[in-house]
Design a binder for this molecule. Sequence first.
Ligand code: H2U
Ligand code: ZN
Length: 347
Amino acid sequence: MNEIFKNSPHRRLNILTGEWVQVSPHRTQRPWQGQEEEQAAKKKEEYGSGCYLCPGNERAGGNRNPAYGSTFVFDNDFSALLPDTPQDKHNQNDLLVAKTERGICRVICFSPRHNLTLPEMSVDAITEVVELWTVQYEELGSKDFINFVQIFENKGEVMGCSNPHPHGQIWAQESIPEEPMKELVQQKTYFEKNGRTLLSDYLELELKEEKRIVVQNEDFIVIVPFWAFWPFETILISRRAFGSFSDMTSGEKRSLADIIKKITTRYDNLFRISFPYSAGFHPSPTDGKDHPEWHFHMHFYPPLLRSATIKKFRVGYEMLANPQRDITAEYSAGMLRELPDVHYLEK
Ligand code: H2U
Ligand code: ZN
């Protein structure tokens, strides 16, 4: 890429969604401030008596958790989607359009220990979480009316996470939701034209250029995507082109656990805090069709910009016109790449 792009306003195409991001690198001529507003790391208790996710405790809905020893999954007590919704459609002059939506929402506890987060868990323990995601993807995806299984984690209060106990969610539903739908269109178009998955060709280019790669292992690579919108956004892509959890070998499952530990550790090390984000997988749809175009990946969308407390706001121009960022993807990738693999709390 020409030097012009280093210092001049430009737009970058998100090839997975077909949408553009405005990049304004000239605004970051000011040097990196790097404040480390270290939040007093109060060590939380291993068990929270008031926590609705801890083993043996009662949840808000009145159900009681078993004394689970590793992972635990339950139907969300306040599910946004319900499996037995009666089916109906509404259309008034193509102006007022609605349809009912069936689905299932679940909550997954990653560990019985209240005071852990993914980067603080062992690769073995994270592998158990990967196994559970696989079982859930398969069980929910095999249901007739479930065409997409969205697995995700909200981490940190700024991301609206309601409880520090390590957990994630699953929303499985009838429709393919908006983000995966855009990715389906883009990946399909590319595959039909080139006979290869969009992300394998993208990965090949990134491996050649190297400047946006954060960390990699035998089976997965984490990149700050060329089109990143969030300051420290990353995408985790499998080296091998496969579609979902069901296609992973046991070696790849362990590798996935390993790379998740590596990227989340770097995130925590960046500002020396438990780094907030929303992250989730995009596996192939479970609509009963073949998806040779679909390439398994995971997105991390962290809201922080310059320190533990300075967050990027999606306001003004971004709400009304277009997503925008200042620091380039290359710059963010460099910062994350230079951080150690060992968690700052682990000495
Ligand atoms: P977060 O991942 O954003 O923290 O959300 C936690 C979910 O847990 C939320 O969807 C559910 C909420 O409905 N929940 C239960 O199912 N049972 C409870 O006792 C409290 C929270
Ligand atoms: Zn807890």
